[in-house]
Ligand binder design. Structure first.
Ligand SMILES: O=C(O)[C@H]1O[C@H](OP(=O)(O)OP(=O)(O)OC[C@H]2O[C@@H](n3ccc(=O)[nH]c3=O)[C@H](O)[C@@H]2O)[C@H](O)[C@@H](O)[C@H]1O
Length: 450
């Protein structure tokens, strides 16, 4: 019998060949992954270049723009850090008086935002404004007008949404704001039934974005004063409304989002030590006001000879509001800013060093006036009779009356409203006829367009 063939050499050879095959395929894989990596890198760079060319950063500063709008369905693109006008921001936000505040005002081209920004600037505080100039409630050309007015006082208003967390973080990281006056919000009680998600977007998501950025990106953390609303009292029957009353029966989604905001404020105060003050505004009116509010569109309709609808409560009583003049509200906002204590959180959202201030105040006029009376004041001021259509208040989120007790704000920062509805509306009408170029023929006669 012959000896079995010697296979040890052939199997060694096979093992060596298989090793070479593995090595080659590994090289192939590595070469192709390198190629893939380079290709991906190149494609990404190309994409970035293309995006930058096609979508230039939307930035508006002191210029007046005809009509740009944004909404929660098409949020603003974030401002890139390289395109932030840091020098203009610094100039606008730096106080001109010693120990002045440096305030980031959100909603600065809004009604209350504009008046507060002007008042802060007048006394030497620094102001940087943000506004998204949306067209939800009224034609944003009035917001552009307010922006131009602010620009004439060297106050910069950036075209930006409070949901832009990247921008907010950049701003907080770039400038040490001592305070935030947060007035950007989706306002309007009845509009909430038409566009509910805009309220969630601004009053809930936007508020969280602001608190997050202030808590985690700012060093030092600013103190925050923000706009809540009298509407949180909802169907509360105790009058006058006091901060100690329960607010668990909101009548509109608007009210519910403001109430949610107060709860969210509590959380950020508790966890991150943000100093937060909520101000419950009571139907604020005056020059440069909101065209969607009753006193404003009643004026327009009366002058045009068109009918107006006046609501009566379901029990047949007059509907009444604690109408509050803008200058009084501005004094309240400044008082709240001046008495706000610093936040106690550590930069980067670290644990707070101790409890921080958490406050809520009513800012009202303390004397409710029936809507029918407001109309009769307007009739006198405009010299024209209104065509009135009186109906029972539809179930649209409205409440029958509001009435503020302001003793807490009076005690803590000397808040004392001084303007009654007649003199406040007189100032509004003067502004209105000037702004829209309307001539009142005589003090008691008819009116005509200029
Ligand atoms: O304090 C607030 O928290 C809110 O104030 C404001 O809400 P309101 O008090 O509802 O003001 P506004 O619409 O001017 O109606 C005034 C009166 O006219 C009555 N009203 C209204 C419309 C109409 O066609 N007829 C009518 O009688 C109506 O029934 C009411 O009695 C802000 O808009 C809101 O954003 C929020 O800040």
């Amino acid at each position: 019998m012959g000896s079995p063939p010697d296979t040890s050499k052939t199997s060694k050879l096979e093992r060596y060949n298989s090793y070479l095959r593995r090595l080659n395929s590994a090289k192939l894989i590595s070469a192709s992954s390198k190629l893939l990596f380079r290709f991906t890198l190149l494609a990404t760079i190309l994409l970035i270049v293309l995006l930058t060319l096609h979508y230039p950063v939307p930035f508006l500063s002191h210029s007046s723009h005809p009509s740009s709008s944004s909404s929660f369905t098409s949020p603003h693109r974030s401002l890139l850090s390289s395109s932030l006008p840091l020098e203009s921001i610094r100039r606008s936000a730096t106080p001109s008086r010693s120990n002045g505040l440096s305030v980031l005002v959100t909603g600065a081209a809004g009604f209350v935002g504009t008046h507060c920004s002007l008042a802060l600037n007048k006394r030497g505080d620094g102001v940087l404004g943000l506004d998204n100039f949306n067209s939800h409630l009224y034609d944003p050309s009035l917001k552009r007008h307010r922006q131009s007015l602010l620009a004439s006082h060297s106050i910069l208003v950036l075209d930006a949404d409070i949901n832009d967390s990247r921008l907010l973080s950049l701003l907080f990281a770039s400038f040490p704001f001592s305070h935030v006056l947060h007035l950007a919000a989706q306002a309007g009680v009845r509009y909430a039934a038409k566009n509910p998600h805009s309220y969630i977007h601004s009053n809930v998501a936007g508020l969280v974005t602001l608190f997050e950025s202030a808590a985690k990106a700012a060093d030092p953390q600013p103190a925050i004063v923000w706009a809540s609303s009298s509407s949180v009292y909802g169907l509360n029957k105790n009058s006058p409304f006091s901060e100690s009353h329960t607010t668990d029966r909101p009548a509109s989604l608007y009210a519910a989002t403001k109430k949610a905001g107060e709860a969210i404020a509590h959380t950020y105060n508790h966890i991150y030590g943000l100093s937060i003050t909520g101000l419950r505004f009571f139907t604020v009116y005056g020059p440069m006001g909101r065209p969607d509010m009753a006193y404003f569109f009643f004026t327009k309709a009366i002058l045009a000879g068109k009918p107006i609808t006046i609501f009566r409560s379901p029990d047949g009583k007059d509907v009444a509001r604690d109408f509050t003049y803008i200058d009084d509200v501005v004094k309240g906002c400044l008082g709240a800013l001046d008495t706000a204590k610093p936040s106690t959180g550590r930069p980067g959202g670290g644990p707070k060093t101790g409890p921080a201030q958490l406050r809520i105040y009513n800012l009202g006029n303390t004397s409710p006036v029936p809507v029918a009376k407001l109309v009769s004041i307007l009739e006198k001021l405009l010299g024209t009779k209104a065509k009135k259509n009186i109906i029972t208040m539809p179930s649209n989120g409205d409440v029958p009356f509001t009435h503020a007790n302001v003793s807490l704000a009076a005690k803590d920062f000397g808040y004392r409203p001084t303007t009654n509805l007649s003199s406040g509306l007189s100032k509004f009408v003067n502004w209105y006829v000037n702004y829209y170029g309307i001539k009142l023929k005589t003090s008691t006669g008819a009116t005509e367009a200029a």
